[in-house]
Design a protein around this ligand. Structure first.
Ligand SMILES: O=P(O)(O)OC[C@H]1O[C@H](O[C@H]2O[C@H](CO)[C@@H](O)[C@H](O)[C@H]2O)[C@H](O)[C@@H](O)[C@@H]1O
Ligand SMILES: O=c1ccn([C@@H]2O[C@H](COP(=O)(O)OP(=O)(O)O)[C@@H](O)[C@H]2O)c(=O)[nH]1
Length: 480
């Protein structure tokens, strides 16, 4: 079996099962893959150092080897906060109004990708598969090729790919995409994002794309396909049966008082998650349904994210104001409609919170996938499940058609959906939940990584092995 070299911006050091930390499903799944394939997970340590040394911190925890590098403050500012999160993130989430095009960000992005390439190369052995993750590292494959790496290299993009008309607003978009065409496999979360990418490849680059997603470019063949990510269902089920989950469930239920129903939202504090629009919709529901208002509570868990980026500071400020305003307008001495919590919880506790909630309110304006929607379904009591209200703009929506699908931009539509969910008969709740659960359980993260790794190995379809990358290539990468 080939070893797997996983490269991502952040590396999650594996923890013991049931440890207090909030380890994501992706970390668990990649950890399992790395244990099976004897691989290495490489990326940024999350730490800063005065000047870049390239020192590799190698660790082995619970059977997984991680290798991390520290970055300079300027790298973090211009690559992570800058090009990744002020340029690509807003643009790829269709927020051209928030997108900043600053030449220094693009230069740092290229420099840090070069640093990643130089640091990871000594770890790569001839038969290894290299799996690169996300928008932070789009040109990494081309830099590895330039330095002579001939291994199979795949990229998985966790966030949307924007429509061509938006994407072309990115200075040097041509070079960025050309640099991506040095991967053997490019994976997207949904057919929609894949279609947008293929549209760009055909219309802007004039390339031919076969029905199976094979792109021919400079005597290489690149496969582009959708691989929707899932949760680690078994691991999540175990977490949801833990003492932490049961304790969290009891605490929350007891705090509600009487027969009050609860809606839950769990999102990083990010403008893509539609939190302001969600609060507006809940406000509309409270205003339009005064007879039901005091029987419901919205618990919104929103751990702060990317706090050095001004658009994130702004959204935090706006949400505090909005929650305060709605609570001020509707609360009485014994009831506050929105419990707005700016901190994160371990997933075992989240599992208990999800189960205690009658409605999962997942209304991003645009989201690569959204694992919270899947976790909410997995955490429910099958005999008496809650209802998932899901944005049609989440990457999870095509797989979760039995949720109550909404347009998150319409307060009336979301308010109606809340009313519908609160009144939904048990039989309909069970029917919808059964269908959702089947897909969450079957299309899990293990299947996701197995499909991706098989495709990267060229199994299950024609062998799309690259031609023409056996020797180092000069690859121009310019992002600003
Ligand atoms: O590392 P951060 O800057 O703190 O951000 C956290 C992660 O956010 C993004 O998650 C995406 O991946 C999820 C799993 O595929 C998907 O469900 C979600 O829709 C995406 O937004 C980001 O893409 C990751 O790289 C970050 O680590
Ligand atoms: O307090 C929190 C909030 C979120 N999460 C986890 O963070 C992930 C969020 O993933 P999602 O795909 O929904 O969105 P992202 O933040 O990656 O854009 C999920 O696994 C959540 O369980 C967590 O562990 N603790």
């Amino acid at each position: 079996m080939s070893r797997l070299i996983v490269v991502s911006n952040r590396v999650s050091v594996p923890q013991a099962m049931g440890a207090a930390g909030a380890q994501g499903g992706l970390a668990v799944a990649l950890g399992a893959a790395l244990r099976e394939n004897r691989g290495i997970w490489f990326g940024w340590s999350g730490k800063e150092t005065d000047s870049f040394t390239g020192h590799l911190d190698m660790q082995r925890n619970f059977g997984v080897t991680t290798a991390t590098i520290d970055l300079e403050p300027q790298d973090v500012d211009e690559y992570y906060n800058g090009y990744a999160n002020r340029t690509l993130w807003p643009l790829f989430h269709y927020r051209i109004d928030l997108t900043e095009y600053d030449r220094s960000f693009g230069e740092s992005y290229v420099r840090v990708n070069q640093r990643f390439a130089e640091s990871v190369i000594p770890l790569i052995e001839p038969e290894d598969l290299v799996w690169v993750h996300d928008y932070h590292l789009l040109p990494l494959g081309s830099m590895l090729r330039e330095k002579g790496v001939t291994n199979r290299i795949g990229l998985f993009l966790h966030i949307p790919w924007p429509p061509t008309r938006l994407f072309v607003s990115l200075p040097n978009h041509e070079q960025l995409v050309a640099s991506m065409l040095h991967y053997d496999l490019i994976g997207f979360q949904t057919e929609e994002w894949l279609d947008s990418f293929i549209h760009y490849i055909k219309k802007e680059m004039g390339l031919k794309v076969a029905k199976d997603g094979t792109i021919e470019y400079q005597s290489r063949r690149i496969v582009a396909r959708a691989f929707p990510i899932g949760i680690d269902y078994d691991e999540f089920l175990e977490a949801s049966r833990s003492a932490d989950a049961i304790g969290a469930y009891d605490r929350l239920k007891n705090s509600l008082g009487g027969n009050r129903k609860m809606l839950i939202g769990v999102d990083r504090l990010d403008y893509s998650k539609g939190l302001g629009e969600r609060f507006d919709s809940f406000d509309r529901f409270l205003t339009d349904n005064p007879d039901m208002a005091k029987d419901v509570v919205l618990l919104q868990i929103a751990p702060p994210s990317r706090g050095d980026v001004s658009s994130y500071q702004l959204i935090r400020h706006d949400l505090e104001r909005k929650a305060g305003h709605i609570n001020g307008a509707h609360a009485d001495v014994a009831w506050v409609p929105i419990r707005y919590v700016n901190r994160g919880y371990p997933r075992s506790e989240l599992a208990g919170f999800y189960r205690a909630a009658d409605i999962g309110l997942v209304t991003p304006l645009r989201d690569g996938m959204n694992l919270v929607a899947k976790e909410y379904v997995a955490a429910q009591d099958e005999e008496d499940p809650g209802v998932l209200i899901l944005s049609r703009f989440a990457g999870a929506a095509p797989q979760m058609q039995d949720a109550v699908l909404v347009n998150p931009h319409s307060p009336e539509e979301v308010s109606d959906a809340i009313k519908q969910a609160l009144a939904m008969p048990l039989e309909e709740r069970r029917r919808r939940h059964q269908a959702l659960l089947a897909s969450v359980r079957d299309e899990d993260v293990v299947r996701w990584r197995e499909h991706f790794v098989e495709a990267l190995q060229g199994k299950g379809a024609d062998d799309h092995s690259t031609a023409g990358n056996a020797s180092p290539q000069k690859v121009p990468v310019k992002t600003q």
